[in-house]
Design a binder for this molecule. Structure first.
Ligand code: NAX
Length: 326
């Protein structure tokens, strides 16, 4: 029997987690023969609801799930954690400015970063889902100096998946034939879904679509998809977000598909001229539990401008919370 992997999920009583935790416990993220223990973090007022989630996990009788801890204490939740999915975040309240939201979340993620620094496994892999995801990941990275920054990522896989489907539907081809979609930058409405390197059945995608659709319909619709879902469902995307988190971790842990790329928010090493240290979404390949940015892609003027716009937003977000860096 393999040693169990310790998985921490924050915001564990929230709507994304209600899908995510059960898929993790079933073995979908780590593999069908990998036992695990779950450490679930919530704020005190949500501990009652979290107790209900724990009861449902128990009632699911997942063979791989060896133990469940529910807590409002970050040091307990992150103790010896091998994988942490940071989903819990403060939603935008009435009358709250963007700056207030950044600050409220920055406080959460700086204290969680410090706890991770103290008690987590040194090889922990971290995915930040809670918004503003890129900047929250940056705050974790800056508050956990003993953790290699390569182990801290932010989720743009949902945007990546949204782009895949938009294109597949437009050209009426199966998603499985589409490769090398890219999301550059921030998980926000400034993100840049890039099809310039995308392949359909091995040939370039752009000649298959008209530029007007790509620029004026597809890009804005991916950028605004979260808002469209809130409008339709009366609540933000949850099952698709949980699915994207599972796919992000599967790629990272088990490798990306041959010849394909995945979009991941990672600490910039200066590739493509993006300011070093920002958490920016790049095209990546994954192998052996590690990721690498796809280098040396040709970037045209249109892409360069879009990549710079989303970089500018990330610089502004970073500057607004820089006082919380250790
Ligand atoms: P919910 O409001 O349903 O759940 C969030 C949970 O986090 C709540 O139960 C809350 O009590 C908990 N929480 C708040 N502060 C906490 C803290 N300090 N420690 C532990 N738990 C805490 O939101 P949900 O729909 O699950 O979304 C969670 C986050 O994901 C939000 O920030 C949301 O904006 C973000 N999203 C990110 C996406 C991405 O692609 N990166 C897409 C989906 C989603 O919008």
């Amino acid at each position: 029997m393999k040693k169990p992997v310790c998985v921490t999920v924050t915001g564990a009583a929230g709507q994304i987690s209600y899908s995510l935790i059960f898929r993790i416990a079933s073995g979908e993220m780590l593999g069908p023969d990998q036992p695990l223990i779950l450490k679930l973090l919530e704020i005190k007022p949500a501990l009652g609801a979290l107790r209900g989630v724990k009861m449902e996990l128990e009632d699911s009788a997942f063979p791989l799930l060896q133990d469940i801890t529910c807590t409002d204490n970050a040091e307990i939740a992150f103790k010896d954690s091998d994988i942490a999915l940071l989903v819990g975040a403060r939603p935008r309240g009435k009358g709250m400015e963007r700056k207030d939201l950044l600050e409220a979340n920055a406080n959460i993620f700086s204290s969680q970063g410090k706890a991770i620094n103290e008690v987590a496994a040194r090889k922990i892999k971290i995915l930040v889902v809670g918004n503003p995801a890129n900047t929250n990941a940056l705050i974790v990275a800056n508050n956990a100096p003993s953790i290699d920054q390569k182990q801290i990522t932010a989720m743009t896989r949902l945007d990546h998946n949204r782009s895949l489907t938009q294109l597949a539907q437009k050209i009426d081809r199966p998603i499985a034939q589409i490769k090398r979609v890219i999301i550059w930058g921030n998980h926000s409405s400034t993100q840049y879904p890039d099809l310039h390197h995308c392949l359909v059945g091995g040939t370039p995608a752009l000649p298959l679509i008209d530029n007007e659709w790509y620029v004026n319909q597809m890009i804005p619709s991916v950028q605004q998809r979260g808002a469209s879902i809130i409008k339709a469902r009366g609540a933000s995307s949850a099952a698709s977000a949980s699915n994207a988190a599972i796919m992000h971790m599967q790629s990272w842990l088990h490798g990306s598909k041959d010849g394909d790329w995945v979009s991941m928010g990672v600490v910039s090493d200066g590739s493509y001229g993006i300011e070093k240290g920002l958490v920016y979404s790049f095209p990546c390949t994954c192998a052996d539990g590690d990721w690498n940015i796809v280098k040396n892609l040709e970037i045209n003027m249109f892409s360069r401008q879009k990549m710079a716009a989303t970089e500018t937003e990330l610089i502004e977000e970073r500057d607004a919370v820089a006082h919380l860096f250790t």
